[in-house]
Design a protein around this ligand. Structure first.
Ligand code: AKB
Length: 314
C-alpha cells in the first residue's frame, strides 16, 4: 500500500479529537498531521499545526510541507452557533470547504473527507426513514451550507476527478470530547449532568425524536468510507448514515435503568425549532449497499458505554 500522509483540519473538535487518535493507530503517529486554529489542551502524539482553514496559502504550505495525500476537513460552525452568527457561519462552512477543495486539486491530494449532516433536510422532507434522495429544504444556515457543500463536493468530483467522500452525520455521542454549538448536543450533556448532579434540564421537548450515533460507530464509518475502493463510491454528494433514533424521554428511561434516581426536566429553547425541521429516522440502505456500512451500537449499548466512561470524568 502506498504511504499515506493525512491532514485533519478541525482536530480539536468533537469528531477531530477521536478521529486523529483512530487515524494515528491506522497510519502511524508521524503520518497524521492534526491542525486547528488553537493549540490542543492535550499534547498530540504526532505533528500539530496551528492553521485557519480560511487561509488558503497557509493550507497549501502545510499540504506541500508534509506531502499530504488525504485531507479530513472537519472545521465548521454547527447549527445553533451558525444561527447566531449567520455570515460567519456561512463564510467558515463554505469558504473553508472551497479552500480545501481547491488546494486538494492544486496539490494532487488523492482523497478528501468532508462531513455533511442531517441538517441538510428540512420541514418538507419525509421525517421517517428519510431516503438518500428526496426533497431537501434546510431551514438553518448550517443546513443550507451543508447542502451547498454537498453539491460542491459533487462538482469537484465531476469536474476535476477529485476523490471526495462525505457522510451526513446524525447527532454524535461520545465521551472523549464534548460538542459545541449543536442541537443534538443534549444527548452528550445529559450523561455528564446525570453523573455530576443526578439530573438534567433538557433544551428539547421530551418527545423530540432525532437520529443519533455513538462516536465509535461514526469514526469507524468515516475510515471505512475513506478506505473503500473508489469504484464502490457512487454517491459523491454525501451518504445517509443511521445508528439509532430516540427522544430525550426515551434516553432518560434508558439512563434510569442504570441510575433509577435520575431526573429530567424540559425547557425547550430555539434549538427545538431546528430539531423539529430534521428527520426522526434515516434510511441508510445506499451506504449499506455501496460500501458495506453496518452500525454496531443501539441505544441501550450506547447508554451503558456513556455511563461507564463518563463516570471516570466526573
Ligand atoms: C448539530 O446539532 O448541529 C449537529 C448536526 C446534527 O449536524 N450535531
Amino acid at each position: 500500500m502506498a504511504k499515506e500522509t493525512v491532514l485533519v483540519l478541525g482536530a480539536n473538535g468533537q469528531i477531530g479529537t477521536e478521529l486523529v487518535e483512530a487515524l494515528r493507530m491506522e497510519y502511524g503517529n508521524d503520518f497524521v498531521v492534526a491542525s486547528d486554529i488553537r493549540k490542543p489542551m492535550e499534547i498530540h502524539k504526532g505533528p500539530f499545526e496551528i492553521m485557519d482553514v480560511m487561509d488558503e496559502n497557509r493550507l497549501m504550505e502545510v499540504v506541500k510541507e508534509y506531502k499530504v495525500t488525504q485531507i479530513y476537513h472537519l472545521a465548521a460552525m454547527l447549527s445553533a452557533t451558525a444561527e447566531q452568527k449567520i455570515k460567519m457561519g456561512w463564510k467558515l462552512n463554505m469558504d473553508g470547504l472551497l479552500n480545501v477543495l481547491n488546494v486538494a486539486v492544486e496539490c494532487k491530494v488523492t482523497k478528501v473527507f468532508w462531513p455533511s449532516s442531517i441538517a441538510v433536510f428540512g420541514p418538507s422532507t419525509p421525517k421517517l426513514n428519510t431516503p438518500q434522495t428526496c426533497y431537501m429544504d434546510p431551514s438553518t444556515v448550517y443546513g443550507i451550507s451543508k447542502l451547498a457543500g454537498e453539491h460542491w463536493c459533487n462538482y469537484y468530483f465531476n469536474k476535476y476527478g477529485l476523490d471526495v467522500r462525505s457522510i451526513r452525520y446524525p447527532g454524535l455521542i461520545g465521551y472523549k470530547s464534548v460538542p459545541g454549538g449543536g442541537t443534538t448536543d443534549y444527548a452528550v450533556y445529559i450523561f455528564h449532568e446525570a453523573l455530576a448532579r443526578g439530573s438534567y434540564d433538557c433544551f428539547l421537548e421530551a418527545d423530540t425524536m432525532l437520529p443519533m450515533m455513538y462516536m465509535e460507530d461514526a469514526i469507524r464509518a468515516t475510515i471505512e468510507l475513506m478506505e473503500a475502493p473508489a469504484n464502490r463510491i457512487k454517491t459523491r454528494t454525501s451518504y445517509n448514515l443511521a445508528g439509532m433514533s430516540f427522544t430525550p424521554g426515551e434516553l432518560a428511561i434508558e439512563i434510569r435503568k442504570i441510575m433509577p434516581e435520575f431526573k429530567i426536566t424540559y425547557h425547550p429553547d430555539i434549538r427545538q425549532e431546528y430539531a423539529d425541521s430534521w428527520p426522526k429516522s434515516i434510511d441508510d440502505s445506499v451506504a449499506r449497499k455501496e460500501w458495506g456500512w453496518q452500525p454496531r451500537f443501539d441505544t441501550a449499548r450506547l447508554v451503558e458505554e456513556m455511563m461507564n466512561h463518563c463516570k471516570d470524568l466526573v
